[in-house]
Design a protein around this ligand. Structure first.
Ligand SMILES: NC(=O)c1ccc[n+]([C@@H]2O[C@H](COP(=O)([O-])OP(=O)(O)OC[C@H]3O[C@@H](n4cnc5c(N)ncnc54)[C@H](OP(=O)(O)O)[C@@H]3O)[C@@H](O)[C@H]2O)c1
Length: 297
């Protein structure tokens, strides 16, 4: 089947292993998309609603895997995913395996390597939405694996999230992309929550702050491409806004936090990073220079 023919042929039959929040949503999306769907879950009793809508319930993992060319697994952790797949025995050979189980990149690569030894094709996926977002056109999923496999099931993958992207052939890359997004999210949220604590210590409503200063906050994201460019080139020198200009501002933030009884751990950490880079002779480098701190092993 080619990428073009997949859109005109009948939707391929798919097996879903694991009927937790995500697995159930996946099976539901596949059924809605017209895919003959087989389901299996460790604990019996889950998926009655799916069966009522036409899903076939397999009694064993072996039967579930043997039933269909595409096997999707979504469980808690890659140790569990691997154990389940091992119990499929020789049924895995010749199947296309899509592992949507979260974990580290090393774990994803290990499952990919093991699957290849079993004669299965392998695609790893990192879902970037919660269960209600499965099937939404704006939901993001990162995939890692062979482009031929990704293309073959493109229509099926679109049912998981409309904004699916093959980020590379490496099975570990999707999890790394997911962590990069989450890490950015947590760093940003922590900064915002600290700011909110500072504002509320003065009785300022955070919503009001956003109404008045939201444009300044949003503009920060527009700087990311130039920061990324500096990091990729490894060239941090800047004529304006170097680290020496950041130090007094972050120092003010630390002192203001302390004076208001607001936790100063976050700005103090930032202050330490900036001061160390200046001490090391990088006062006229851009803020992106601090990536070298995070690169240390
Ligand atoms: N929920 C989310 O919003 C979300 C978003 C993105 C990614 N994810 C990822 O998607 C994956 C599934 O998450 P979920 O939220 O659907 O989990 P969940 O609702 O907690 O369900 C967990 C599923 O894993 C199965 N399971 C756990 N350990 C197992 C084992 N040792 N052997 C066999 N089956 C086992 C459970 O089976 P039983 O029913 O038998 O316990 C159940 O089907 C995870 O990797 C999660 O990190 C979740």
């Amino acid at each position: 089947m080619t990428g073009n023919s997949a859109t005109t042929e009948a939707p391929p039959a798919v097996t879903v292993l694991g009927l937790g929040e995500i697995g159930s949503a996946l099976a539901s999306a596949f059924l809605a998309g017209g895919h003959p769907t087989t389901v299996w879950n460790r604990t019996p009793g889950k998926g009655d609603d799916l069966v009522a809508r036409g899903a076939r319930r397999a009694a064993t993992v072996h039967d579930a895997v043997a039933a269909n060319p595409l096997v999707v697994v979504s469980v808690k952790g890659n140790t569990a995913a691997r154990e389940i797949l091992e119990s499929a025995g020789d049924a895995l050979a010749g199947r296309a395996l899509l592992n949507l189980t979260d974990g580290t990149s090393t774990e994803a690569k290990a499952v990919a390597g093991w699957a290849a030894e079993q004669g299965a094709e392998y695609l790893h996926g990192q879902i970037m939405t919660i269960a209600p977002g499965i099937g939404h056109p704006d939901s993001v999923v990162f995939y890692g694996g062979a482009d031929t496999l990704h293309d073959r099931y493109r229509s099926t993958l679109r049912l998981i999230g409309g904004r699916g992207t093959l980020v590379g052939a490496d099975a570990g890359l999707p999890t790394l992309y997911g962590m990069a997004v989450h890490g950015t999210m947590w760093g940003t949220l922590n900064g915002f929550l600290h700011a909110a604590a500072l504002l509320s210590s003065e009785g300022v409503e955070v919503k009001r702050f956003l109404e008045q200063a939201g444009a300044s906050v949003s503009a920060l994201l527009s700087h990311l491409p130039s920061i990324a460019d500096e990091i990729d080139r490894g060239e941090y020198a800047t004529p304006y806004g170097g680290l020496r200009h950041h130090l007094p501002s972050v120092d003010d933030l630390v002192r203001e936090s302390r004076a208001r009884g607001v936790d100063d751990g976050l700005p103090d950490y930032t202050r330490t990073l900036v001061a160390s880079a200046i001490d090391a002779g990088h006062a006229d480098d851009s803020y992106s220079r601090l990536v070298e701190h995070f690169r240390k092993r």
